[in-house]
Design a protein around this ligand. Structure first.
Ligand code: FES
Ligand SMILES: [Fe+2]
Length: 406
């Protein structure tokens, strides 16, 4: 049990809550508008960030059994994520080693082998080339050399990470900076996969910015979270990864789980602080994932994956809804997920899209992140640090030298 890891954070939140204070970044940050609009910048981010650092592929409980698989697309690459007979997660590029055909278009399923729809070569569910059709006619090749291209994968805390570069030397645990141990306090590996949604949005960082601050909540979400929702966040960081909690003291607010109100702990002895409340708030797994708690007739989290789309102006969001136990009322839970999707699309992303013309047409030279928008400052600073690191070795030393909460 790693509940102890959450106690110092909750203690800090309670102190701030009682004192009515927050921590602030050193200064207001200015970010060039072109960082959201320039196609060259976008391509650089895809090549030097998205294809170099570990990316969450989804929750482990989406493929719980051996033979389970799912497909997904990241930065134009189609992947098969599967679980082998020994229980390990794998990620391979969804392209036949003969002439590159897409092996499967199925979104998910359970298979021992994949047979290519073009000439019929077959591969195991972890990518080993099992059979070449009409092998005598085709000619001899060493099958061991022609498995599917396999990516570095790491499964921890009930989540699956992979690096899109098969030859990457980036060490995933070093990149995680202990953050997976924090996420493991949820015990996601025992949770249940319930539902998924996919939709497009504005530039991926405009979209992601909305997951990194509470400043907008009572304004943009006045009709959904309410004008009385907090606009303050307290930030905790592990390398590039962050956690946001609320210093609000109101008990039982609609935003308690999602924004991480710790009010229920105030005045209670620490040994009575329950693990569930301690995990509330927003957990952002750098660079494209955000996890937030909800209650849908049972404890759950929404894992949002915000990936760059085909152009600088487009992102693709996948929402994974997972729960500790199956929802008591499955239909009611789905209605709630529809509602969350609507809030993100019609409030957050609609607002993000409304900013794009001004950024693009030069109306604004730069945008601002306040001292209270520390999470956004941290995110954009980390992107620059990574873009400025030339080799995987540089990345490893960058990640190993930072743990802000130590
Ligand atoms: S492309 Fe797959 S068998 Fe030919
Ligand atoms: Fe929002």
């Amino acid at each position: 049990m790693t509940r102890e890891l959450l106690i110092p954070i909750a203690r800090d939140v309670v102190e701030h809550a009682k004192a009515g204070t927050i921590k602030q970044a050193k200064e207001v940050m200015r970010l060039p508008a072109t960082h959201y609009t320039d196609s060259n910048r976008f391509n650089t981010e895809v090549e030097r960030l998205i294809k170099r650092v570990p990316i969450v592929l989804g929750p482990s409980c989406e493929i719980p059994n051996s033979g389970d698989f799912k497909t997904l697309s990241i930065a134009g690459m189609s992947l098969i994520v599967s679980r082998s007979a020994d229980g390990k997660a794998h990620a391979v590029i969804n392209a036949c080693s003969h002439r590159g055909a897409c092996l499967t278009k199925e979104e998910s399923g359970n298979k021992k082998r994949f047979t290519c729809p073009y000439h019929g070569w077959s591969f195991s569910n972890v990518g080993d080339l099992l059979a070449v059709s009409a092998e005598k006619d085709f000619g001899s090749i060493n099958k061991k050399d022609y498995g599917l291209i396999s990516l570095p994968v790491y499964e921890s805390a009930g989540l699956i990470w992979a690096i899109l570069n098969p030859k990457s030397e980036v060490d995933i645990p070093t990149f995680l900076s202990g953050y997976d141990k924090m996420l493991d306090t949820f015990s996601f590996s025992d949770w249940i996969y319930v539902s998924k949604r996919e939709f497009s949005g504005p530039n991926w960082k405009i979209a992601y910015d909305g997951y990194l601050e509470y400043y907008h909540v009572p304004v943009l979400h006045r009709d959904t979270f309410g004008v009385d929702a907090t606009n303050q966040g307290l930030y905790y960081a592990w390398g590039p990864h962050q956690h946001i909690k609320s210093p609000a003291t109101e008990k039982g607010h609609l935003a308690t789980e999602t924004l991480g109100y710790m009010a229920n702990l105030i005045g209670k002895p620490e040994d009575e602080w329950d693990t569930e409340t301690l995990t509330y708030g927003v957990w952002t797994v750098f660079p494209t994932t955000s996890i937030a708690s909800f209650d849908a007739g049972g404890r759950g989290v929404l894992i949002s994956q915000i990936l760059p789309g085909n152009s600088v102006e487009e992102s693709i969001t996948t929402q994974y809804y997972i729960m500790e136990k199956p929802p008591i009322d499955p239909e009611g839970a789905e209605e709630q997920f529809d509602f969350f999707q609507k809030v993100v699309m019609q409030e957050d992303y609609a607002m993000g899209s409304s900013a794009e013309p001004a950024l693009k047409e030069g109306g604004l030279d730069h945008i601002l992140f306040g001292r209270n928008e520390q999470g956004n400052q941290h995110f954009h600073q980390w992107i620059d640090k990574i873009l400025n690191s030339d080799t995987d070795k540089d990345l490893n030393s960058l990640f190993s030298n930072t743990n802000e909460n130590k």
